[in-house]
Design a protein around this ligand. Structure first.
Ligand code: ADP
Length: 273
């Protein structure tokens, strides 16, 4: 089986050219491949914009698996995932939700920001996250065994600040979990160059700015500069916007609405780029 994965990996490395770009940061690719092999549910933990979604897109492509993504929010319910009856003409017909489709067809289901979803979502996935690997569809009174290729992946922002939802230990312990952080400076600059074609010099400056702001913990920002914000700034620079303005609008403004903090950060960034 492992050989299959290895072969698969080799085959898909050619495909990688037209697949999503992802720069591995630690051992997450290897860890995911083995978890996929064992069909263990997988949890990506980390702040927003640290490459979690990109990673799962990359892995699905690498393993040649279909990926179904659900962006969870506070209204996301088990019905949204499992399915519902809809009225079609004079009839009511059953429509599978994304979870049921993934379970039946053997796709990777990615529940982005799972902690945001309503509690019944966690209940619905329970029997899929242990040895049973089955989904109970209460509205149909049916139990569906998961396709051998089905895998459940979720992301979660641990948010060490107030305002973030927690994930219960009993739920967390159903997953193999990997932490995503901001990459170290050299890797982050490589990501910016690859993603946007920006010069290495500018990429390094953007990364320096990010690390400077990340270290300003006294600002009490709910979330600090993510790789995503740097990618956005780099894209604007590549598109011809002045470097300072690009940093102001793509890095500083999204972080806070506090006018004093914005002014201070803009001044700091102007000195650095
Ligand atoms: P998350 O899902 O953690 O919120 P994303 O996966 O959407 O974050 O990442 C945001 C952006 O940051 C991506 O679109 C990509 O441009 C970039 N990125 C972050 N980490 C990486 C990485 N390791 N390799 C390639 N791109 C990355």
């Amino acid at each position: 089986m492992l050989q299959n994965i290895k072969n698969n990996t080799r085959e898909t490395s050619q495909l990688k050219k037209d697949g999503p770009y992802y720069k591995p940061i630690a051992k997450e690719v290897e860890t995911f491949e083995h978890s996929y092999l064992q069909k263990l549910p997988f949890l990506l933990k980390g702040p927003t914009g640290t490459g979690k979604s990109r990673f799962i897109e990359y892995m699905a492509h690498r393993l040649d698996q279909k990926l179904i993504t659900v962006s969870c929010h506070e209204e996301t319910s088990s019905t949204d995932l499992i399915g519902r009856y809809i009225i079609k003409g004079a009839e009511t017909v059953w429509l599978d939700g994304p979870l049921t489709t993934a379970v039946k067809t053997g796709a990777i289901l990615y529940l982005d920001e799972i902690a945001e979803a309503r509690p019944d979502v966690i209940v619905a996935i329970h029997s899929l996250t242990d040895h049973r690997r089955e989904l109970f569809i209460d509205k149909l009174g049916e139990t569906v065994r998961a396709h051998p290729d089905f895998m459940l992946v979720a992301s979660f922002n641990p948010g060490y600040q107030r305002g973030f939802k927690e994930l219960k230990p009993s739920t967390r312990q159903r997953f193999v979990a990997v932490s995503f952080h901001y990459p170290e400076a050299r890797s982050e600059a490589v990501i910016l160059v690859n993603e946007t074609g920006i010069s290495e010099g500018d990429a390094k400056k953007l990364v320096n700015i990010a690390n400077k702001i990340r270290n300003l913990t006294e600002l009490g920002l709910a979330e600090t500069v993510s790789t995503r914000l740097l990618v956005d700034a780099a894209k604007l620079i590549g598109s011809g916007l002045s470097k300072r303005l690009a940093v102001h609008v793509a890095v500083v403004e999204p972080l806070t609405d506090d006018v004093e903090v914005i002014t201070a950060l803009n001044d700091l960034c102007d000195l650095m780029i």
